[in-house]
Design a protein around this ligand. Structure first.
Ligand SMILES: CC(C)(COP(=O)(O)OP(=O)(O)OC[C@H]1O[C@@H](n2cnc3c(N)ncnc32)[C@H](O)[C@@H]1OP(=O)(O)O)[C@@H](O)C(=O)NCCC(=O)NCCS
Length: 215
């Protein structure tokens, strides 16, 4: 079946990401509303990521995505050290990192937009509002940076993630396909920004890597 990961019998197969966009202000209002209906547990602490915790961050990132339908290539400490900590926020629960969100602010000639390039919560900590708390913090960060529109790319098979971000006002505005085979450059949609954290490092599907969970 064409949509099954791992079946590379056809050179034309692709993986597809939905490009989704939200107004930062609306996303913040919706995240705040979620919390007004529930008690914010005092054990959820949202903080800016500190590079001194890079090893724990890498372990968190990889554990979150191993338990995800997303194509995935493990993050290394060396790669994580290249990230700008300014836009990365983590949730600490009982002293342990339990979730993260990575935000980028892109400044172009006449536009400024925000991009969530990664969000993840440890499997044992899901459905407690951790991602909601991270989205709330991220949208505050975007608004402080002058961003009005925020983009995120969501893997087409990642229904939990689609449910999450649709709850915060994101709607689909495009689609980006990456061929499983590497004969050409990945198809890019130049008009619609967006991207995943690993793509920031220039990682692409590689020859011989078609069946793994690489991006
Ligand atoms: C997607 C993910 C980040 C959600 O984290 P979370 O902390 O469980 O999300 P929240 O508890 O804040 O959920 C808020 C709302 O989002 C929706 N939602 C979240 N997970 C959902 C799921 N599995 N199914 C349906 N709706 C879901 C619900 O509306 C939920 O509100 P509710 O619990 O009151 O119904 C988490 O499942 C995860 O880390 N997945 C693996 C990594 C990944 O796929 N990242 C996304 C890459 S784009």
């Amino acid at each position: 079946m064409a949509t099954e990961r791992g079946d590379v019998s056809s050179a034309n197969q692709t993986r597809s990401y939905l490009i989704m966009k939200a107004e930062a202000k609306e996303a913040l209002e919706l995240a705040e509303e979620w919390w007004t209906q529930k008690t914010v547990p005092d054990y959820i602490h949202v903080e800016q990521f500190n590079s001194s915790e890079v090893e724990e961050f890498v372990s968190l990132y990889n554990r979150c995505f191993l338990a995800s339908p997303d194509p995935f290539c493990p993050l290394t400490v060396e790669q994580a050290l290249q990230l700008d900590p300014e836009g990365i926020f983590i949730v600490r629960m009982w002293g342990k990192l339990s979730g993260f969100i990575a935000c980028f602010v892109e400044k172009q000639e006449d536009a400024i937009y925000g991009e969530i390039t990664g969000i993840g919560v440890l499997p044992s900590r899901r459905r407690r509002g951790v991602a909601t708390a991270l989205i709330k913090r991220a949208t505050e960060f975007f608004l402080q940076s002058g961003v009005e529109e925020v983009y995120i790319e969501v893997f087409e098979e990642n229904i939990p993630s689609q449910m999450l971000i649709q709850a915060y006002g994101f709607i689909q505005v495009g689609q980006r396909s990456i061929p499983l085979q590497t004969s050409g450059a990945p198809e890019e949609n130049a008009e619609l920004p967006g991207g995943k954290i690993m793509r920031r490092f220039g990682l692409r599907p590689r020859v011989g890597c078609e069946t793994c969970r690489d991006i």
